[in-house]
Write a protein that binds this ligand. Structure first.
Ligand code: NDP
Ligand code: MG
Length: 376
């Protein structure tokens, strides 16, 4: 069998670096043919040295470096067209990941999707486009990877509900009264996972789990009441599914994204993996309900997804804007939810049918969040 030809978008990030680890650990299975980054030229060049011959693409800055063959507007789309990949792994952070997801599908590659914002902003459009183009979208986010692996094996016919686990993030045990004083540095440390800064802060507020609830609803075509969240501080059980008869099945592995990444890259096959093998002996695994007073952004995600597609775009845009303001110390940690709630109070479309509409709701919601922030 020829190695699968892989493009890694966001190659300099936490997911991108893990994807490179996976790819170079199995040269018999994977050949990396393209890498992208946004602005960190040196890191992109270093990533490129791990996979000689791969095309390099820098989307957000000019580069004088002759090794970087693709730059400027449309660079990712051009690389996708020319590199003839079988699969694209999207590890770009934030709403900026949506268009590259669509471009990967248009280029006819399967999409291994870590960028959860793609599903939150345009899940229906993306899945329809993939079906029309005859390519698959495979989740990489650990919880969704877990559900996907289980649904692939058990079938969705008797599936009653999906349970996503959450670590609870940096502040899961801190007194609620202290949360208004939490600093960006404290929110940027995660008890279990080593990830990019935005998703780490989102873990502390549980906006990350909110985005993942929306992602799961869209990916697996479930009503919102069939997607539940439990706090599981040890982060070894990544998700559970409950079948019609009440039985629960769980996916259990190390807190290492490289297993989920390899599962997606090697889909539909299961291959031996150098990462993620867990020894259960001596571990105590516990589960509890998240406290809505501590994690209001989780409830707001359900409110958004029940209100319609424009609201989930607004949820993400408001939260991205709020996190940015929080990092710059313009608002407090507890204002993240207040700001997002204020933006969800405005009227947004219940259906969003094109990329242009998605982007316009996104821009409007960011402006609304900045406006609302003046009152905080
Ligand atoms: P990082 O911040 O570590 O990396 C982000 C990557 O995206 C970098 O390569 C960066 O390039 C690139 N990038 C940033 N902005 C843009 C832009 N505007 N256009 C194109 N590329 C851009 O993020 P993570 O790896 O933590 O997360 C990536 C995605 O995966 C997110 O959607 C996150 O929610 C999801 N995810 C992450 C997990 C994790 O373990 N980290 C787990 C599950 C999901 P540069 O370095 O040049 O700035
Ligand atoms: Mg996750």
């Amino acid at each position: 069998m020829q190695p699968k030809r892989i493009i890694i978008l966001g190659a300099t990030g936490s997911i991108g670096r893990s994807a490179l680890d996976v790819a170079v650990s199995r040269p018999d299975l994977f050949r990396v043919v393209g890498l992208s980054a946004h602005s960190r030229t040196e890191e992109l060049l270093a990533a490129g040295r791990r996979v000689p011959g791969a095309a390099l693409c820098l989307t957000g800055a000019d580069s004088a470096s002759p090794e970087i063959g693709y730059g400027g507007p449309g660079a990712v789309a051009r690389m996708l067209e020319e590199a003839q990949a079988d699969m694209t792994l999207n590890g770009i952070s934030g709403a900026a990941g949506l268009e590259p997801s669509l471009q990967a599908i248009e280029a006819g590659t399967d999409l291994a999707l870590a960028n959860k914002e793609t599903m939150v902003l345009a899940g229906r459009l993306v899945l329809a486009k993939a079906a029309a183009r005859g390519v698959r979208v495979i989740p990489v986010d650990s919880e969704h990877s877990a559900v996907f692996q289980m649904v692939e094996r058990f079938g969705a016919g008797d599936l009653e509900e999906v349970i996503l686990t959450a670590s609870g993030g940096a502040f899961r045990d801190r007194p609620i009264a202290e949360l208004p004083h939490a600093t960006p540095e404290e929110a940027s440390t995660h008890p279990n996972w080593n990830m990019g800064r935005k998703i780490t802060i989102d873990s502390a507020s549980m906006a990350n789990k909110g985005l993942e609830v929306i992602e799961a609803i869209r990916f697996f075509g479930l009503e919102s009441r069939r997607v539940k969240v439990l706090i599981h501080p040890q982060s070894r059980v990544h998700a559970l599914i409950r079948m019609r008869d009440g039985a629960l099945y769980a996916q259990v592995s190390e807190t290492d994204m490289r297993l989920a990444i390899q599962s997606a890259l090697s889909w539909p096959r299961t291959e031996t993996c150098a990462f993620g093998r867990l020894d259960l002996a001596g571990l105590n695994l516990s589960f509890r309900e998240p406290d809505p007073a501590r994690f209001p952004l989780l409830g707001l995600a359900y409110r958004a997804v029940d209100a319609g597609e424009g609201y989930t775009i607004a949820y993400n845009a408001a939260n991205e804007t709020a996190v940015d303001l929080f990092i710059r110390r313009k608002i407090r940690f507890t204002d993240l939810a207040g700001l997002t709630s204020a933006v969800l109070d405005l009227a947004w479309p219940s259906r969003v049918d094109s990329l242009e509409e998605v982007l316009s709701v996104d821009v409007e919601a960011r402006a609304a969040a900045l406006e609302a922030a003046k009152g905080f």
